[in-house]
Ligand binder design. Structure first.
Ligand code: SF4
Ligand code: SF4
Length: 244
């Protein structure tokens, strides 16, 4: 798409963003296009074991390098929350790696006016940058602030689980670089796979972010203590138990 047309559509999108989202949300109109690309027998997901995360940001850096992100923009990062413990004056830090959750019901997909954002058959949510007009509807629709408009491409950007690497038989950059071995990726449908077995083993302790949104995140967290969670300062409780 030429830059003049893209700029025009971006301005149009900025003007009409709120107006377009309201009727879609109110009508409950299901616009999600058919899934395409990827292996339909697979459902890719990630497990992040917070007990192993040391907050080194190796994932943040390796992702930025792998995906050639503009300075200051990131597809994943490790956020720090200061929490107080029940009945104690002391505080402690909780590290929380964040990225796109590759939701099973992704609200970012149906709002895209040109179907540039779509979900692959293996569940991975991606953006076709040759179609994206940079209207940022999807950025607004994501409840996890996982998306942004790339300063250089002027199109939507976010974690893709490094799908280009997965398709080549490699691990995502964040998984490969994780110093503590906190991130694991795999196919939920592979009952004998390492990810499926880890999820089954820790089923009662698993949590996802903002489950009340109905997005069905496919990034699962292990090691978040409920006692910490309900005391995150200035933050609503983000976690609940899940059983994938
Ligand atoms: Fe879409 Fe946000 Fe869910 Fe990722 S986390 S699939 S960007 S709604
Ligand atoms: Fe707009 Fe996002 Fe679709 Fe790009 S991917 S056209 S920014 S809704």
């Amino acid at each position: 798409m030429d830059s003049g047309k893209r700029q025009f559509l971006q301005r149009l999108g900025a003007l009409t963003a709120g107006a377009a989202l309201v009727p879609l949300a109110q009508s409950g109109w299901q616009l999600q296009p058919a899934r395409r690309e990827g292996d339909s027998k697979k459902r890719m997901a990630m497990l992040i074991d917070l007990r192993r995360c040391i907050g080194c940001q190796a994932c943040t850096v390796s992702c930025a390098v792998e995906n050639r992100l503009p300075q200051g923009q990131f597809r994943t990062s490790v956020l720090q929350y200061q929490v107080s413990l029940t009945g104690q004056d002391s505080t402690t830090n909780v590290l929380l790696p964040r990225l796109c959750n590759h939701c099973d019901n992704p609200p970012c997909v149906p709002v895209c006016p040109v179907q540039a954002t779509f979900q692959r058959q293996d569940g991975i949510v991606v953006v076709d940058n040759t179609r994206c007009v940079g209207c940022a509807y999807c950025v607004q629709a994501c409840p996890y602030e996982a998306r942004f408009i790339n300063h250089e491409t002027q199109t939507a950007d976010k974690c893709t689980f490094c799908v280009h690497r997965l398709d080549a038989g490699l691990l995502p950059a964040c998984v490969e670089s994780c110093v503590g071995g906190a991130r694991m990726i795999g196919d939920l449908n592979d009952r004998q796979g390492a990810l499926r077995r880890a999820l089954d083993e820790h089923q009662a302790q698993l949590k996802v972010l903002k489950p009340e949104q109905g997005t069905h995140p496919q990034v699962f967290y292990l090691g978040l203590d409920e006692a910490f969670v309900s005391h995150v300062r200035g933050q609503p409780a983000l976690w609940q138990e899940v059983h994938p």
